[in-house]
Ligand binder design. Structure first.
Ligand SMILES: C[S@@+](CC[C@H](N)C(=O)[O-])C[C@H]1O[C@@H](n2cnc3c(N)ncnc32)[C@H](O)[C@@H]1O
Length: 473
């Protein structure tokens, strides 16, 4: 097929946004062109407008589904995102199991955008590890939904090989999967029984649950393909569907910062998760302002997300841990002084204590990440700086340090993404922040970051990088 004209590209883009919320920017144009060429060829169509009309026609449904199967990214694996797995195993699932005991409604989990099934089966295995006697959906129910019928067919087969299983702890794998022919494994019935699969479009279909009926929604690496408004509407629906105290887990690069302030952001071990609680807004509202945040509960340090876009964001009113908050602020000041004095190990120590005292204090993570970078501890610095940009995506400094550490570690694709994020953050700086740039011009800095992004992207291409640009999760 010849290259897509601008008009054809626009028409296909707007079709995919309206059908599935999927955004295709210029960087995905070549891929979309080739997918479209395959699809059009298979039904003998040569013109994009005629193909789109056929999709909308009364017999268009099968081809519409095949196109959605072809344009969606189904990358997934068992036990994806280890910090979240720990948070589920140690805290979230035990808490939800306790809450569901003696209640007439089963523990209800929605794996939204479940792809080929690894995610809902992982959830089933985690539940069974905690409560091996869970026998049926009357006690616990995991609904896996996806827009891709092809992915759901694979999920229904529940047979997996190789890479997909690499992150599964061997003992768990041996308990809940059985070897089949060759190197493949089948999910055992005990785990399959808890999972129900359903074709469902998160953008256009009515939700599969009523208000307050869900205890945990896991929607990871799905909204990265949506625009901000689509994501904000979806998050609002999730908020309505979750029961009081219910949890929402997003992918590690998906934050509600500048999307919704309806949830509380809760640190659990090395993961950040969202929780619906009565302190939150009644409904999710799309937000660009960065409100000051919710009150903290006695049990858990919690702030409303998004965090304000400042070097030291204003802190929410605190009902718990005012002393530890004050302690964290003092430790942060000490860490900054030590860093400025070139005492990096001591700065890292003070910043680590500040983070322990307040696990949501983004500037403390920044100092810790910078100190670790300077000490040559790039692996630890990357972990820390990822948390920094999660908590405060407006921090150009954190994106930049993260990009540099990723580059040094050879993760050039991810570095390019972070340099680009640094450039965008520089462009969005307030006049006050720009005034703090010592002898630097804002446009010059943004340009420098863009240039470094291009160089990193070239290095990634040279290295034949094929992994997702946001790095392993
Ligand atoms: C990258 S996979 C993520 C799988 C899994 N959640 C994980 O994190 O491993 C993204 C999935 O979202 C699905 N998806 C994309 N747009 C969707 C929509 N509008 N409604 C439902 N699912 C959608 C895709 O089909 C794909 O299977």
């Amino acid at each position: 097929m010849k290259a897509l004209t601008d008009a054809d590209f626009e028409a296909v883009r707007s079709y995919l946004v309206s059908e599935a919320g999927l955004i295709f920017d210029e960087s995905r144009r070549a891929g979309l062109t080739s997918t479209l060429a395959d699809r059009m060829h298979s039904i003998g169509e040569t013109e994009v407008p005629a193909y789109l009309s056929a999709l909308r026609g009364k017999d268009g449904e099968p081809e519409r589904q095949r196109l959605l199967d072809a344009v969606t990214v189904q990358e997934t694996h068992f036990f994806r995102n280890p910090p979240q797995m720990e948070a589920l195993r140690r805290r979230i699932l035990p808490e939800l199991l306790r809450r569901a005991a003696g209640r007439d409604r089963p523990l209800t989990i929605w794996s939204a955008g479940c792809s080929t099934g690894e995610e809902p089966y992982t959830l089933a295995m985690l539940l069974l590890e905690l409560s091996p006697m869970l026998g049926a959906q009357s006690q616990a129910r995991i609904l896996g939904t996806d827009i891709s019928s092809q992915a759901l067919r694979a999920a229904g087969r529940a047979t997996y090989t190789g890479r997909s299983l690499d992150s599964a702890p061997p003992m768990v794998r041996d308990r809940w999967l059985e070897p089949e022919h060759g190197s493949s494994y089948a999910v055992k019935d005990a785990a399959r029984r808890l999972v129900e699969l359903r074709l469902h479009n998160l953008v256009t279909d009515p939700p599969p649950f009523g208000p307050g009926e869900v205890d945990l929604i896991v929607c990871r690496n799905v909204t990265i393909y949506f625009g901000r408004d689509t994501t904000a509407r979806l998050i609002g629906r999730f908020h309505d569907l979750l029961a009081e105290g219910g949890y929402l887990l997003l992918g590690h690069s998906e934050t509600l910062w500048q999307v919704s302030d309806a949830f509380s952001l809760v640190p659990v071990g090395d993961a950040f998760v969202y929780r619906r609680s009565h302190a939150d807004n009644a409904r999710a509202q799309p937000s660009r302002s960065g409100g000051p945040g919710a009150r903290r509960s006695r049990a858990t340090p919690v702030v409303r997300d998004p965090r304000p876009a400042r070097a030291t964001p204003p802190r929410p009113a605190v009902t718990r841990g005012a002393d530890s908050r004050r302690g964290a602020d003092l430790l942060l000041a000490e860490a900054r002084d030590l860093l400025a004095a070139g005492e990096h190990a001591a700065a890292a120590g003070a910043a680590a204590r500040a983070v322990a005292a307040d696990p949501l204090l983004a500037p403390a993570y920044l100092v810790l990440g910078e100190a670790r970078s300077t000490l040559g501890q790039d692996g630890a610095a990357i972990d820390t700086l990822r948390k920094t940009v999660y908590l405060d995506p407006s921090s150009a400094h954190a994106h930049y340090l993260l990009a540099a550490a990723l580059s040094r570690t050879g993760l050039h694709g991810a570095a390019a993404v972070s340099y680009r994020a640094a450039a965008r953050a520089v462009e969005s700086m307030t006049a006050e922040q720009v005034a703090e740039l010592p002898g630097r011009d804002q446009a010059e800095l943004a340009h420098l970051c863009e240039q470094m992004a291009r160089e990193a992207a070239e290095a990634a291409a040279d290295a034949g990088a094929v992994s997702a640009p946001w790095g392993a999760s």
